[in-house]
Each structure stands twice: as C-alpha cells, then as structure tokens.
Design a protein around this ligand. Structure first.
Ligand SMILES: [Zn+2]
Length: 259
C-alpha cells in the first residue's frame, strides 16, 4: 500500500494537515454539528469537530459518520481539531448490514478507542482495523475468527505482546496439550502449568495464536483453523485482552449477547 506523505501547513498558531482515517466514534452536537473520534494514519486517535456535518447539503456528512473511512483536511488550533473538508473512501456502516456485523464492527472501534495511540503515528492500527472491517463485511471468514485475530494482534501492537515461543518453565516448544496463561501472557506445558488463569490449548490453537502474533500484516488473515478451535481461540483472545487492559468493553458484551 502506498503511504501518502504528511502534508502540513502552518499559519500563525493554526496548523493544517491532511490524513486518512476511520471514524470510530461520533457524537451529535446540537442540530448541525458533530464531534467525531478518528483513527488517523498520521496522528493516531484524534477528536475533531465537524461543523455543519448534519446538514443535508454538507459533503462532510457521510464522510464523518461512524465507520466511514475518509480523507480529511483538518485545522488544528491549540488542542482543538476542526475538519475543514472530508471525502469518503469507503463506508463500512452500510444500510442492510447484519446486526452481528455492526456489533463486531463497533467492538473493533472500542478496541481502537481504548488501545489506539494518541497523537502519534497510527499506521499499523489503521491498516489492521481496515483489513478486519473488510473481512467482516465480506463475510468470507467466520466473524469469531476475525474477532480473535483483531483482539490478539491489537494487543500485540499496543504493548501486550504475549510470549508464545515456548513453555515459560522448561522451554518445551509444542505438546498435545499446552496452556496459555491469560494473566501472565505466557505458555506452559503440562508439567510447568501454574496459576488460575491457565487455559488449555491444542496444537491447532497454538499454531493460530503464533501466526496472529508473529506473521506480517499481509498474511495475517491467511490461515485455516477448524470451527471448534475458532471458538476456543476467540474465548482465549477475549479473556486475554479484557484481563490485560482491565477494561470493560460494553460493545463486546452487546456482541456476545446477540450471537
Ligand atoms: Zn514446561
């Protein structure tokens, strides 16, 4: 993927820049305006005002809606960001989307809100979230698998990388039964397992977890795993991210309530 250079202009104490990004939260203000939170490529997560975005005539309207991936021209004055212009590239919140697709998409947005970088480069996050949304809306892979991939990968790129190389006690690389400790983020074999947070995993789940953590983004989604193991994997990645972040994801609760 070609990455456009950051374009900035400075006028007095006002700075303007262009970046692409995904709207991960929207809040209407009054009748016409909107405050949006954007996962941007160049500046990570930022909050910006979209004045007049709810007006029918505004081109900013759809480009600043939840789950819109758009190009933004933004003015920054002090700590306040204001969207000057926005052009939509792709809308992931389409009419006719299934409720489970929307629920999972909103959970991915909350993951970005909680774990995303603020005021620093968000390239890796944005690419991950856009790829996951693409696979979710295409529905070519199970939703539980895309959820698991995103949870474990987003944990890894935001400082919660688990150590999946070998048993933390003895160095055993693989066995028919291994354990992943969701609190410590390490592997144990049968003999070394300790702690109440150990989840039993078989070689198929371990292989998938290693792939998600250690593969390049280009091949992140390219692996097969049986359906039964997908469920186990999804349960483990969910427990891992909620335990590590100590965050209660309300959108995850909603997603789990409808599947
Ligand atoms: Zn061991």
């Amino acid at each position: 993927m070609l990455i456009p250079a950051i374009r900035t202009t400075i006028l007095g104490d006002k700075m303007g820049f262009s970046t692409d990004g995904l709207v991960i939260k929207e809040m209407n203000i009054g009748d016409n305006d909107r405050l949006v939170t954007i996962m941007t490529r160049d500046y990570g997560v930022i909050k910006a005002f979209a004045v007049g975005a709810k007006s029918i005539k505004s081109r900013r309207g759809s480009a600043t809606g939840l789950l819109s991936y758009s190009d933004f021209d933004i003015d920054k004055k002090g700590d306040t960001y204001k969207i000057r212009e926005a052009t939509v590239n792709r809308m992931f919140f389409g009419a006719g989307s299934d409720i489970d697709v929307l629920a999972l998409s909103q959970y991915l947005c909350e993951l970005c809100l909680v774990l995303g970088p603020y005021d620093e480069n968000g390239e890796e996050f944005l690419r991950l979230i856009l790829n996951s949304l693409h696979f979710i809306t295409e529905k070519k892979r199970p939703l539980a698998l895309i959820k698991a991939i995103t949870e474990l990968r987003i944990a890894s790129i935001s400082g919660y990388t688990p150590n999946l190389v070998a048993c933390d006690g003895c160095g055993e690389f693989e066995a028919d039964v291994m354990y992943f400790n969701t609190y410590e983020g390490v592997l144990y074999c049968e003999n070394c397992r300790k702690g109440e947070y150990c989840k039993e995993i078989n070689p198929a789940v371990l292989k998938a977890m290693r792939h998600i953590v250690y593969s390049k983004l280009e091949s992140l989604y390219s692996f097969e795993i049986p359906e039964r193991e997908t469920k186990i994997l999804s349960d483990i990645t969910e427990k891992y991210i909620t335990l590590q972040t100590e965050h209660k994801f309300t959108t995850l609760d909603f997603y789990n309530s409808i599947i």
